[in-house]
Design a protein around this ligand. Structure first.
Ligand code: F6P
Length: 559
């Protein structure tokens, strides 16, 4: 892997620095004096209509940003990723989540490190689809012969956030009378509350873990198994013998993992396990077998539509020049805001209740990928990296934190995501409620861009100190992403859009966006501290003074 380009050494960076030094954002003026701005800055990718015109850029700045992408080799690195180069240098792995959504029979065939990737991907997809159909149709039954009514996905991070986000987003498509629940936290409250009220005889657990070593997931899987055994024994469905318990697991537990040997060690028949590969990062895995809960609840056809949506954007990135390449442009805008205008965070504001977990999903995607201080060759980064992603669906956010975005002292670029057609077309006294909802989306992006001047405030009759309080500075950047409806394909397109935004930024910063060493230390220390919690005095003594005092407090509170 070649050394990363130092972005600050490029001529584009110098141009951008000079532009920043004299930069005076003026969205009002730019819109008033440039009739072509909206058309020039609006792009289409798949079904996504992406309006970048309310961003704080001029044509010159955008051209310099595009030049930065060229000078740092974004297109070349993307091509290398698609081809299976080991972009994940610290783990010496290819990065091939894009292969998970290549259509069957794609040509030329993708062979990486001797693996026939396309064939393997489609074999698992076909098995997964067949299994999902068996569960949906009722051919697959629980130990007492009852049809599955609930699937409980046990996983964490990428083995949870993707499935739960997509399930919530596409729930209107769940048509088989099967609900999904998602257990992730090792806080026992999670599994206790999610299983409460479920019938063990009609519950199917999916243990989803790439490594099948994750403490939270394996603990919750064991708790789920105990709950199953206890419930089935209590109802007399099993006699509690070893053989009956094994039989219960065979009927009520399946797994998704890259480590099928560990699945077997847990007691799950590998005939009921679905594999994937080390070249799929956890946060890039919702389109692998990790999406099993989705194939069951939404149906395999919907799952394939989701994958096709991803692929549409993959193709756009592969075949579109940088200057029109939507994820590249959005990644470049983020670089502009972070590295030149001092933004530290980025809001994602879906005007779709169904996307209420999308910001949380994006937090793992973007922050686990680009929250790094070293580059892919082990040298320190030379710029700030990894902005903080956050958000809530509109209009809830409007009544919570938008105040700060409108009138606070921080620059917070925001993506607004909306759909022309609602999943539930309800009316209120003859008025289309979704239309009212969308009016808010349009109003917010307008208010953020153009603000309200003191003169306009005064013209409404306000005087004195209130004028300043009621003035909106404007020039708060937003991107509007609009689509016809939130279909499986559109959702796949949206996810892929953000994957490639993340990739663009990571490449410019010289980051390996596909490892996550920053999660390891806490995991190690938790294992060291656990004995101290359980009463081991040596483990207690080995702690620092603050941890020791906290452990003492803990012990004092326990019965
Ligand atoms: O948080 C670290 C992490 O490794 C994530 O990257 C991953 O998605 C999550 O843990 C779960 O890992 P696994 O799927 O192996 O259980």
């Amino acid at each position: 892997m070649s050394a990363p380009v130092d972005p600050t050494s490029t001529s584009a960076w110098s141009q951008l620095t000079a532009a920043r030094d004299t930069f005076e954002p003026d969205l009002r003026g730019w819109f008033a004096n440039d009739a072509g701005r909206v058309e020039r800055l609006t792009h289409t990718v798949g079904d996504l209509h992406v309006d970048l015109s309310k961003n704080l850029v001029t044509d010159e700045i955008l051209a310099a940003l595009v030049e930065l992408a060229a000078e740092t080799g974004v297109a070349e690195r993307y091509a290398a990723m698609l081809a299976g180069d080991h972009l994940n240098t610290s783990e010496d792995r290819a990065v091939l989540h894009t292969a998970l959504r290549r259509p069957g029979g794609a040509s030329p065939e993708l062979v990486v490190d001797g693996q026939h990737v396309d064939a393997d991907v489609h074999e698992v997809l076909d098995n997964l689809s067949a299994f999902a159909e068996r569960v949906r149709s009722g051919e697959w039954r629980g130990i007492t012969g009852k049809k599955v009514t609930h699937v409980v996905n046990i996983g964490i991070g990428g083995s949870d956030l993707g499935p739960v986000m997509v399930y919530e987003a596409l729930r209107p498509y769940a048509d088989a009378g099967i609900d999904a629940l998602f257990v992730s936290n090792i806080d026992p409250t999670d599994v206790a509350q999610k299983t409460a009220g479920l019938d063990p005889e009609t519950t199917l657990f999916i243990v989803a873990s790439k490594t099948f070593t994750t403490l939270e997931t394996l603990t919750n899987a064991r708790l789920g198994r105990e709950w199953l055994w206890a419930g089935l024994t209590e109802s007399g469905a099993i006699d509690g013998s070893e053989a009956s318990r094994t039989d219960a697991v065979a009927h009520h537990f399946v797994a998704v993992s890259t480590a099928l040997d560990k699945v077997a060690a847990f007691g799950i028949d590998t005939a009921n396990a679905f594999g994937f590969w080390d070249w799929v990062g956890g946060r890039y895995s919702v389109d692998s077998a990790i999406g099993l809960s989705l194939a069951i609840t939404l149906g395999p056809d919907r799952f394939r539509e989701l994958l096709a949506g991803f692929h549409t954007v993959d193709e756009h990135v592969a075949h579109t020049p940088l200057a029109q390449n939507v994820p590249v442009l959005m990644g470049l805008l983020n670089v502009w805001y972070n590295n030149f205008l001092g933004a530290q965070s980025h809001a994602v504001l879906p005007y779709a209740q169904q996307l209420h977990r999308f910001p949380a999903y994006l937090q793992q995607l973007t922050m686990e990928s680009n929250g790094k201080s070293v580059r892919w060759d082990g040298t320190p980064v030379v710029t700030d990296t990894g902005e903080i992603f956050w958000g809530e669906p509109g209009t809830n956010g409007q009544h919570a934190f938008y105040q700060l975005i409108h009138q606070g002292t921080r620059l917070i670029p925001a993506d607004f995501i909306a759909f022309a057609n609602p999943a539930y077309p309800l009316e209120d006294g003859g008025r289309d409620v979704h239309g009212l909802f969308l009016a808010n989306f349009l109003a917010q992006t307008k208010a953020l861009a153009f603000g309200k001047t003191a003169e306009e405030v005064e013209a409404e009759g306000t005087t004195g100190a209130l004028v300043a309080a009621r003035t909106f500075p404007g020039n708060r950047p937003t991107t509007s992403i609009f689509a016809p409806s939130l279909t499986p394909s559109v959702l796949g397109q949206l996810i892929a859009l953000y994957e490639h935004i993340t990739f663009t930024q990571g490449t410019i910063w010289g980051i390996n966006s596909f490892d996550q060493w920053g999660v390891e230390l806490g995991k190690q220390l938790a294992l060291q501290i656990a004995p101290a919690i359980e009463g081991d005095e040596d483990a207690l003594e080995a702690q620092d003074a603050s941890t020791k005092a906290l452990l003492a407090y803990y012990r004092a509170q326990r019965p």
